[in-house]
Design a protein around this ligand. Structure first.
Ligand SMILES: *[C@@H]1O[C@H](CO)[C@@H](O)[C@H](O)[C@H]1NC(C)=O
Ligand SMILES: *[C@@H]1O[C@H](CO)[C@@H](O)[C@H](O)[C@H]1NC(C)=O
Ligand SMILES: *[C@@H]1O[C@H](CO)[C@@H](O)[C@H](O)[C@H]1NC(C)=O
Ligand SMILES: *[C@@H]1O[C@H](CO)[C@@H](O)[C@H](O)[C@H]1NC(C)=O
Length: 570
């Protein structure tokens, strides 16, 4: 009997058929062979084993019913443990089923374990606690005993180990057991190879790929590049200028990593000055900056992810000065008018000079033009005194317009001018001055008493009382008669009046002194000499003095003339 072919369906049918006709069997042979024997392999000698006569064998054409080629135990018997192939040996002349042959087909390791599904896709949350099991599909190996599936192994890795679950039917299912917490942010994807091995010699293995996607959980806070940002901005930075772009990152994914920026614990004046874009994190200028008003802003921004976790950062903005303020000059006190007898160095005014800018932009120097009679002396920081540089004279310059110039050291340089008026007040330093060195007045004799004779005039360079002049006649006697009997004077106008009718023939001229006195305190005065000449009128008939009147026909007129008088009437 030799192996001729292997057929699954036919053999099954045959087995059933022969198991019925076994009733007619008169002898039985039992063989045991390994499956997958080569075609033509000798299984056993039926004639010998049945003790048949060889001559009779050829006469009766001994034959077996099926025509087998390859004998595959797994095809014939599927998973049955005992695999028996039943054959009937036929003889002709007459046709008869003679013998029943049982062939026990032994298993060999001709099958490789395999996974019906060779990719396992797993999605595992990163917060899964260690110890959790994940079922995997089992592998198959139709061989028997040690030749069938023996064990599973897994690619060595730090997260998972392999476990085994035995089903109700006693089947072994591999499963993954989480050993160490996952962290999507460290490793979001793993590929492991699951190997199924049998116990044959040599061992046959089959593999499946386990693909594990680690599912995100919002377990990360947003993170700013820096906790604190320090920014410097010039105060002339314009509206819309981008100050900073915040960029917080979140290691999670999806909405868990979607960041929104918002102001937090930020003063209203900072929010009025800076805008924050919730999506881009852009911080821009929206309000005016003024170093002189506010030099520092502190902004706190929260970056919040879609899962509600928030982180804060602080932005410190320092405003830098730009020379946008000219110096300011403030008059603290002003002494005006100042008396003209003030000594050089007298304080006229005190100024305060300020510049709102800082640094060199706020460094101020202050001066008055060289042409002024005055000079500036710094007293303390930002204070200056304006003092007289030389003596002043109201009668020369009664009023000064003094220009004070304050300049800062910024670039461009800014300056401010202030003009103050300083008046010089009068001091009685000028006596009245007569307009002539000497006065000569004339009056015709026989005048009416009270007639104005003459007038003198004195002026005073001072002002007001210091210039208000009164006139008086210095008392003296002329021929034992007080001058006041001759003339009087209007003290205000300086007009001289005759007190009597003059007679040229009695007095031809006389002198007196007029004093002009101002009303200052103390008052100043000056005097002048006035000569009054009496002018002759023909008020006398000629009179013969000599010879005696009896010398008729002889008249001698003595002509007299006033030595100082220029006018003579003859
Ligand atoms: C596993 O996932 C990969 C990639 O997502 C996909 O291409 C494949 O079809 C999946 N396989 C199974 C068995 O689900
Ligand atoms: C924010 O930072 C991340 C990582 O440094 C970078 O990839 C991204 O382009 C930045 N975004 C912006 C708007 O600058
Ligand atoms: C001083 O200033 C006033 C007013 O500005 C002006 O009227 C006057 O003429 C000025 N005086 C002098 C001396 O410049
Ligand atoms: C008149 O003026 C002169 C010269 O200034 C002076 O010396 C004299 O004392 C004055 N006389 C009187 C009476 O004031």
């Amino acid at each position: 009997l030799a192996v001729r072919r292997s057929l699954v369906k036919t053999m099954k049918w045959q087995v059933v058929f022969f198991s019925i006709s076994i009733l007619y069997v008169s002898g039985q042979i039992h063989y045991s062979i390994f499956e997958e024997m080569k075609q033509g392999s000798i299984i056993g000698n039926v004639a010998n084993d049945l003790d048949l006569d060889v001559k009779e064998l050829s006469f009766r054409k001994l034959q077996i019913a099926p025509h087998n080629k390859k004998i595959d135990r797994e095809s014939i018997c599927e998973i049955e443990k005992k695999c028996m192939l039943n054959l009937e040996i036929l003889a002709e002349n007459p046709l008869k089923m003679l013998y029943h042959v049982k062939i026990d087909i032994q298993d060999i390791n001709d099958n490789t374990p395999y996974f019906p599904k060779n990719i396992f896709n797993l999605s595992i949350s990163e917060i899964t606690t260690p110890g959790v099991h994940f079922a995997l599909g089992k592998a198959e190996d139709p061989d028997l005993g040690v030749n069938s599936l023996q064990c599973y192994t897994l690619t060595p890795n730090q997260y998972f180990k392999l476990g085994e679950k035995i089903s109700a039917e006693g089947l072994k299912y591999p499963e993954l057991i989480l050993e160490k917490p996952l962290d999507r942010e460290k490793q979001s994807f793993l590929e492991l190879i699951l190997t199924a091995s049998d116990g044959g010699k040599p061992v046959k293995t089959g593999t499946a790929l386990i693909r594990i996607v680690v599912q995100d959980v919002n377990d990360n806070y947003p993170v700013f590049g820096q906790d604190t940002y320090r920014i410097s901005l010039k105060e002339d930075a314009t509206n819309g200028f981008q100050v900073l772009r915040l960029n917080a990152t979140d290691e999670d994914e999806g909405t868990n990593a979607q960041i929104t920026y918002l102001f937090s614990h930020t003063a209203a004046n900072a929010m009025d000055t800076f805008s924050l874009d919730p999506d881009s994190g852009d911080i821009k200028i929206i309000g005016p900056l003024d170093y002189e008003v506010k030099q520092n802003y502190e902004i706190t921004v929260e970056a919040k992810d879609g899962g509600g976790l928030g982180t804060y950062c602080t932005i410190l903005i320092q405003i830098l000065d730009v020379n946008d303020n000219a110096p300011e000059i403030q008059l603290v006190s002003l002494a005006t008018p100042i008396p003209e007898d003030s000594i050089p160095g007298t304080v006229v005014a005190v100024f305060q000079v300020n510049d709102l800018d800082s640094g060199t932009n706020g460094e101020v120097s202050c001066d008055v033009p060289d042409t002024s009679l005055f000079k500036l002396l710094p007293t303390s920081t930002s204070y200056y005194q304006l003092v007289t540089f030389s003596s002043v004279d109201r009668e020369t310059i009664p009023m000064y317009n003094i220009t004070i110039i304050a300049k800062d050291e910024g670039s461009p340089q800014l300056s401010t001018k202030k003009v103050i008026q300083v008046a010089i007040s009068d001091v009685n330093d000028n006596p009245p001055l007569f307009d002539k060195l000497k006065y000569i007045g004339y009056i015709f004799e026989n005048n009416l008493p009270g007639t104005s004779v003459y007038s003198v005039q004195a002026s005073d360079f001072d002002t007001d009382e210091n210039a208000r002049v009164t006139y008086s006649i210095l008392n003296r006697n002329i021929s034992d008669i007080p001058i006041s009997s001759y003339i009087s004077m209007n003290s205000k106008t300086g007009v001289v009046y005759a007190q009597r009718s003059f007679d040229y023939e009695q007095i031809r001229d006389f002198d007196f002194q007029v004093i002009a006195k101002d009303s200052g305190s103390p008052s100043l005065s000056s005097n002048v000499t006035v000569r009054i000449c009496i002018v002759d009128k023909n008020d006398n008939a000629p009179k013969i003095l000599y010879p005696s009147p009896d010398m008729e026909g002889t008249t001698l007129v003595k002509c007299v003339s006033c030595s100082t008088c220029s006018i003579t009437e003859s």
